[in-house]
Design a protein around this ligand. Structure first.
Ligand SMILES: *Cc1c(COP(=O)(O)O)cnc(C)c1O
Length: 454
């Protein structure tokens, strides 16, 4: 009999997050101050992030306890199911065994509330009144509005202008959960006004929206800033995904040969692969492959430079060593697939440099083609971001068909695409251009990187 899904009970929810840093051969290098470029101390981060999260950011503890109240809220939708994509395997006629962890079951529809809930818990403990944040497609903003509202906190969201106009339903979801949403760049911050003065018609970028959110947080008493990806504590909170998946793969009697996920800032995929990559770092599973999938429209891992760069456009946030296409990068407005951040998680970048993980990039049409094939077989219409992972799974499954190997592939199905149907429509109407970022654009953005004194 075919088993389609592997279900854990609420009592199987992980009680601890897994911190990979003590197990890394080389840990990611420390952050630097946005103005002086000197090494950043925990005090420098204090006006921006809640104290408990700053401690988690630099923690050397392998396991960090998940507070009971956080576990209790996660149980609204966790543990999430692990599926075997048997129907899609048949359609693809591949000997590969394809599994996916389904994070679309959370109320906002993605993995993002896994960290939003944890961040709000620590903010509330510290007595904060509100969180300011940025959002691109609106997934992170909805996750944070959902979570702040549970804790009785306020949420102010700077939403990249082009998405604000293209994705009104995400804005409405955020407002339903009690958040306040403004298009970014806005006239509410100096960072926003400066950008608008130069380019009033700009489509915006995550880098600009981050600058506005940080400025808002540090200029309002009782408010701090919340980030939904990239930094170490966010990846930490997402490891519930991989820790559950390990148990579920055991139930299925398989261990993955290949792990696949899409990467914007890296949090959903790291959440899945970090608990597994421990086995590669300690030499137990040397052959495990870990494939990070990004968009050709924002190719930080595959074409960016591994260098220190500002995390935001106005250069007010920490300077981080990461693969970057430059903090001034503004993605092409024709790009429908998300994954638009100019940098990447320092943990993933370090693992890529040390060759524990791989990276590849795809054009948007081929990505939607794979997502459509998946939707017709498995039913789920995934987020455009997730569709990048699905294209890589498709290619690996086809490679198995060619070689006759029956590899075990596990990917993170990071969220549903119910608010992104317009992108699917553009694909159906053949209105999506395949966009290759010009070398000269990347080179120009990279000329603006900070000069770090050795
Ligand atoms: C935000 C988002 C991503 C990209 O962010 P990561 O931090 O790289 O995970 C991917 N998938 C979905 C569904 C998202 O909402």
């Amino acid at each position: 009999m075919t088993q389609y899904k592997y279900i854990l009970e609420e009592k199987d929810l992980p009680t601890h997050w897994y911190n990979v840093i003590p197990d890394m051969k080389t840990p990611p290098p420390p952050y630097r101050h946005p103005a002086t470029l000197d090494l950043l101390g925990p005090d420098d981060l204090a006006p921006i992030f809640p104290q408990a999260l700053i401690e988690q950011e630099v923690s050397q503890e392998r396991l960090i306890e998940i507070p009971d109240e956080v576990q209790d809220i996660l149980k609204m939708w966790r543990p999430s199911p692990l599926y075997r994509a048997s129907r899609w395997e048949k359609v693809l006629d591949t000997p590969a065994k394809i599994y996916y962890k389904w994070e679309g079951v959370s109320p906002p529809g993605s993995h993002k509330p896994n960290t939003a809930v944890a961040q709000c818990y620590y903010a509330k403990e510290e007595g904060l009144e509100g969180f300011a944040t940025e959002t691109g497609a609106g997934q992170w903003g909805s996750a944070l509005c959902f979570a702040t509202q549970i804790f009785g906190m306020k949420c102010k969201v700077f939403m990249v202008t082009i998405s604000y106009h293209q994705k009104p339903y995400r804005r409405i979801a955020m407002e339903t959960w009690g958040g306040t949403v403004v298009p970014s760049p806005s006239s509410e911050t100096k960072a926003g006004r400066d950008i608008l003065a130069v380019d009033p018609e700009t489509s915006g970028s995550l880098g600009i929206a981050i600058s506005e959110a940080i400025e808002y947080a540090v200029t309002h008493d009782g408010w701090k800033y919340s980030l939904g990806s990239v930094v170490n504590f966010v990846l930490l909170h997402q490891t519930v995904v991989g820790l559950e998946a390990m148990k579920q793969m055991e139930m299925a009697g398989d261990y993955p040969d290949i792990l696949i996920g899409c990467v914007g800032g890296g949090s959903n995929f790291a959440g899945l692969f970090l608990p597994f990559i421990k086995d590669k770092l300690d030499g137990t599973k040397p052959a495990l492959r870990v494939i990070n999938v990004e968009s050709t429209a924002c190719p930080s891992l595959t074409r960016g430079l591994y260098a220190y760069d500002w995390g935001d456009t106005a250069k007010t946030g920490p300077v981080v060593k990461m693969h970057t296409v430059g903090h001034g990068f503004i993605p092409a407005p024709v790009h429908a697939g998300g994954l638009r951040y100019h940098g990447m998680s320092p943990i993933i970048c370090r693992l890529l440099e040390d060759r524990f993980v791989e990276a590849r990039a795809y054009h948007q049409n081929t990505v939607f083609e794979a997502a459509q094939s998946f939707a017709r077989a498995e039913g789920f219409i995934v987020a455009p971001e997730t569709a990048h992972a699905i294209k890589a799974v498709y290619d690996e499954a086809m490679a198995c068909k060619e070689s006759g190997e029956s590899k075990v592939i596990l990917f993170n199905n990071s969220g549903h695409g119910h608010f992104d149907l317009e992108a699917y429509d553009s694909y159906h109407l053949k209105r999506l251009p395949d966009f290759e970022l010009e070398d000269t654009k990347i080179q120009k953005a990279l000329e603006e990187l900070p000069q770090i004194p050795e």
